[in-house]
Design a protein around this ligand. Structure first.
Ligand SMILES: *[C@@H]1O[C@H](CO)[C@@H](O)[C@H](O)[C@H]1NC(C)=O
Ligand SMILES: *[C@@H]1O[C@H](CO)[C@@H](O)[C@H](O)[C@H]1NC(C)=O
Length: 604
């Protein structure tokens, strides 16, 4: 997902301001107030500075927060029923999960929070009911443990859970939102599941490394329009002013990318892209206050950007549709749900009559960020939140890099250094900051991973390697990484392996060096080096040390593999360029090229 985009000075000011708490009462008055104070959304930015208080290791065994691996879901059939259009925020649902038991067990453990369970049932492959001994909810672990009288043998079971729940009012999970239509308030419902809120909407195996298919159907008011990751398969009028909308089954995907929305009188425009490389139906859906110009801009921009991203990664977008939905209230700038990207209005709707240049930049960069995620994040998903940067770091780097291709008149590549690199450097010069890859277990710590380190520092490190290995070699490696790992969860090792193949093919690294070795020093330790170069008696000396705030009382002997490029200006105005890797474990290197290169011989 993308954060609200802002400059660092604004960010520092926000950190001093009190957090604007939203009133809990779901009343019309509150919803009107929300629209008068759009600034309250800025609170999401506070994570960026307040995130560092990761909890001490819990006294409970840490791995208790991870689901056991003896059962896995293969597919979900999820049915929900909501009268949100009538200002009724309760909803009912059922989820039928096809569960594969991998190891004999007497319990099935999955996530569930806030749902009131009405009925839980397990059937075996022959549709025979399996007696359940206890159903236990653990509010700290946010799990649901279903124990059976007898052991479940390896094989397929169907777990069905009927539940009741209430739409949330805090922009998380399945929540309600509203807008004013003249004197009337219209209610809609929408989802934001990343990172760990799918479990608050329906019971599920809510970990990013666990993929399954989802067949979703939603019952709602006949006047509403309902969207989800996949296209609509059928719609049936069910009576009492309600209809049921059924969607096609999704590809195998993690829960945090599931999305659905019940919209009430939204405006919609469509675009069909015909292949090759792929045929995609695109729809832009926005509150009816949207202008025609803004609709057309967002829709056409989306078409242009998905083609740019497909071409850059040499990978076709494989879902039949890619919708963009703008909503009045959204916690983040946007969320990359597969096939249904949801935006806070300002980050999708641009009209040159009423919007600023900055708005235009935000719209382009946000759409690129979310569409890059359709590949890096959705098609390939980090195995766990510890490696969120494999998704958000890449989206941050490419958000600038590919935006500069989409709109060359805006100098996005230069903006990267101001908006991403500098804030990352400023933030990361404290010894207590976490490394890019960092294990987390609890909800609070998982939420804290959405910070400058995962986004801006991750993006800066990928950008450094993009240039250090060479743009062509790097993109070759990324294309390989995508095509080899698509449909799977990935670890940093998967990335190193693909980049290594490209680096070897193009012979861009010394034979003794591999991508994993050099990247690990940046991904698994925090901070960064400052390199001092001195020229004395015809000798160049390179010195690296861990950069810490001046006056810092800690000392550190951390070192990195550093790509160094320098230019030597020669007498007749020609410039010699020299490149080498300064090794980790080395604090000082003298005159590296004295005998091997004319560059240092000819320096003046
Ligand atoms: C589950 O994890 C344990 C411990 O890591 C491992 O020994 C076991 O083989 C795993 N089981 C399955 C079915 O993957
Ligand atoms: C792009 O992908 C296709 C297969 O989908 C492959 O045949 C082709 O070699 C790839 N091109 C590049 C430049 O990677």
């Amino acid at each position: 997902m993308a954060f609200i985009r802002i400059g660092l000075s604004v960010l520092l000011m926000c950190a001093l301001a009190p957090v604007a708490l939203r009133a809990q009462q779901p009343t019309v008055t509150v919803s009107v107030e929300r629209h008068q104070q759009p600034g309250h959304l800025d609170r999401s930015k506070l994570h960026l500075l307040k995130h560092q208080q990761f909890s001490e290791r819990s006294s409970r065994v840490a791995s208790q927060y991870r689901l056991p691996n003896d059962t896995i879901p293969e597919s979900y059939v999820l049915e929900l029923s909501s009268n949100v259009h009538a200002e009724d925020f309760s909803y009912g649902g059922s989820v039928a999960i096809r569960v594969r038991v991998l190891q004999t067990t007497r319990s099935i453990v999955l996530h569930s929070l806030y749902s009131k369970l009405v009925k839980v049932e397990i059937r075996n492959a022959n549709q025979l009911n399996i007696p359940i001994s206890t159903v236990e909810e653990d509010p700290e672990l946010e799990t649901l443990t279903i124990r059976t009288d007898h052991e479940l043998q390896r094989g397929i079971y169907q777990l069905t859970i009927l539940f009741e729940n209430t739409l949330r009012d805090d922009f998380g999970g399945f929540y309600w939102t509203s807008y004013n239509n003249g004197n009337e308030v219209r209610y809609s419902a929408v989802t934001q599941f990343q990172p760990v809120d799918a479990r608050t909407a329906f019971p599920c195996y809510d970990e990013p490394g666990i993929r399954a298919t989802f067949t979703i159907s939603i019952t709602s008011g006949v006047g509403t329009k309902v969207y989800s990751n996949m296209p609509i398969k059928s719609t049936t009028i069910t009576g009492n002013g309600l209809k049921q909308t059924r969607f096609h089954t999704t590809p195998s995907m993690p829960t945090y990318l599931v999305a659905f929305a019940i919209t009430n009188n939204f405006a919609s425009t469509r675009l069909s892209l015909r292949g090759p490389p792929s045929s995609i139906n695109m729809e832009l859906i926005a509150p009816p206050t949207v202008t025609d110009t803004a609709q057309t801009y967002g829709l056409d921009l989306g078409g242009l950007i998905i083609r740019t991203v497909e071409q850059y990664f040499n990978q076709s977008y494989d879902l039949p549709k890619l919708d963009q939905l703008a909503v009045p209230d959204f916690y983040f700038a946007a969320m990359e749900n597969w096939g249904l990207v949801i935006y806070e209005e300002r980050y999708l709707l641009y009209d040159e009559l009423t919007s600023t240049n900055r708005d235009k930049e935000n719209v382009i960069a946000t759409v690129v960020h979310e569409f890059v995620h359709q590949f890096l994040g959705n098609l390939l998903t980090p195995h766990w939140w510890s490696d969120l940067s494999l998704s958000e770091g890449f989206a941050t780097f490419y958000e600038y890099y590919l935006s500069s291709m989409v709109e060359p008149s805006i100098r996005f590549k230069e903006k990267f250094t101001v908006e991403a690199l500098q804030p990352a450097l400023l933030f990361d010069c404290d010894i207590n900051v976490r490394p890019i890859s960092y294990n987390v277990e609890t909800r609070a710590d998982i939420e804290r991973m959405f910070d400058i380190i995962s986004y801006q520092k991750g993006g800066s490190i990928f950008r450094m390697f993009h240039y250090a290995l060479g743009e062509l070699t790097f993109v070759k490696g990324i294309r390989r990484y995508i095509s080899v790992n698509k449909g799977r969860s990935v670890t940093p090792d998967d990335l190193f392996e693909s980049l290594q193949v490209a680096a070897s093919e193009d012979a861009v690294l010394p034979l003794s060096l591999d991508v994993g070795t050099i990247m690990r020093s940046w991904i698994f330790q925090s901070g960064y080096p400052v390199v001092t170069v001195t020229l004395s008696n015809g000798e160049l000396t390179f010195m690296q040390e861990h950069f810490l705030y001046r006056g810092s009382v800690v000392t550190s002997d951390r070192t990195w593999w550093i790509p160094i490029t320098y230019h030597v200006h020669q007498s007749v105005g020609t410039v010699q360029s020299q490149q080498f890797w300064m090794p980790q474990g080395t604090s000082q290197l003298v005159d590296l090229f004295k005998n091997s290169s004319p560059a240092t011989d000819n320096k003046d």
